[in-house]
Design a protein around this ligand. Structure first.
Ligand code: HEM
Length: 302
């Protein structure tokens, strides 16, 4: 790998973590994992750029639910390590899609265990628990929904059937994570999001979370004013993937003119940059070898 590619990969992994653990992505030869090769999920989630760019709008959409933001504000340590939640969610998406069956199931069970302690009462007096199937369904849905949008915007358009297949595959993970019903087709996704809209809002906790997003240092190595400008741009750009009504709800529907003009090309350029640097990501290579029954030397020796 040449120096520039290495630098891009290292820079990305500093924030987003490495996702190449052979214990997760390798494993029993022939094991397809929860979804398997030939699926839409293996094509789309192999695109690290799409999964990574989907992270920010997915998190913001998730916390528009007052019970989700209450759980996050009450119990998440995102202030101490702002990238931790993003890293953990990226790891969850990749491990559940590409990990071997045992590792993917273990990740889901571990996160369910963490969620079993996420319970409380919202400022408006309504009690919440993270394992409420309706809340899990909402958080689950925001992830493949945003990944689909970014993938289509930066890679290639998808047919209705391809989107349906992707959502149906990902629904397996949502249900294992504790959701009851989750959308399995693009039409169901649209209807579900419309039905959820009246339940979404911005309150003091949402503003606190978004305020933190806007002010925490994203690029600590850069001068403060450069960090702030890049930072604002990153958040506006990320939110451009969310539907207009969501941008309006959080007050991000009127970015500065330069941001508006630059957002699309910059996001596509960033996606190309990541694809070029990563090539075929290691998690995909390991999963492909595993599913094809290739016995890796280390695995054979043990
Ligand atoms: C399918 C839906 C969901 C997914 C995929 C998901 C994913 C995750 C992941 C990967 C972690 C990190 C676990 C770890 O530390 O290893 C986490 C933690 C957390 N999640 Fe979720 N989550 C979902 C739903 C929810 C919901 C509905 C809520 C709130 C009502 C919530 C609130 C939290 C909180 C507060 C933490 C941090 C707990 C702690 O640090 O002790 N999550 N989630």
């Amino acid at each position: 790998m040449n120096a520039l590619r290495r630098w891009i990969v290292d820079d990305f992994e500093r924030g987003a973590g490495r996702h190449d653990d052979p214990a997760v992505y390798g494993g029993p030869p022939g094991d397809p994992g929860l979804i398997g090769p030939g699926s839409m999920s293996w094509e789309i989630n192999a695109d690290l750029a799409a999964v990574a760019q989907a992270g920010l709008p997915a998190i913001v959409l998730e916390i528009l639910h007052p019970s989700v933001v209450a759980g996050v504000e009450d119990l998440s340590n995102y202030r101490e390590d702002p990238f931790q939640r993003a890293r953990a969610t990226l790891g969850y998406v990749l491990a559940t899609t590409f990990g071997n069956t045992e590792a993917a199931t273990a990740v889901i069970e571990r996160v369910k265990h963490v969620h079993s302690f996420v319970n409380g009462t919202r400022p408006d007096g309504v009690s919440y628990r993270a394992l409420d199937p309706e809340l899990i369904a909402w958080v689950h849905t925001c992830i493949p929904w945003m990944i689909l949008r970014v993938f289509e915007d930066t890679k290639r358009p998808l047919s209705q059937r391809e989107k349906d297949r992707y959502l149906t595959e990902q629904a397996v993970i949502g249900r294992m994570g504790g959701a009851g019903w989750v959308p399995e087709t693009a039409k169901e996704l649209d209807d579900y999001v419309e039905a959820m809209r009246p339940r979404l809002s911005v309150n003091a906790q949402t503003r606190e979370f978004i305020g933190f997003l806007m002010t925490s240092p994203f690029f600590p190595d850069l001068p403060e004013w450069v960090d702030r400008q890049l930072h604002r741009f990153t958040i506006y750009a990320g939110m451009s993937r969310a539907p207009q009504w969501a941008q309006e709800l959080i007050g991000y529907d009127r970015p500065p003119m330069t941001t508006r003009v630059l957002t699309g090309p910059m996001l596509r350029l960033d996606a190309q940059r990541l694809r070029w640097a990563f090539g075929s990501p290691r998690y995909l290579q390991l999963a492909q070898q595993r599913a094809a029954g290739v016995v890796r030397p280390q695995a054979a020796a043990t």
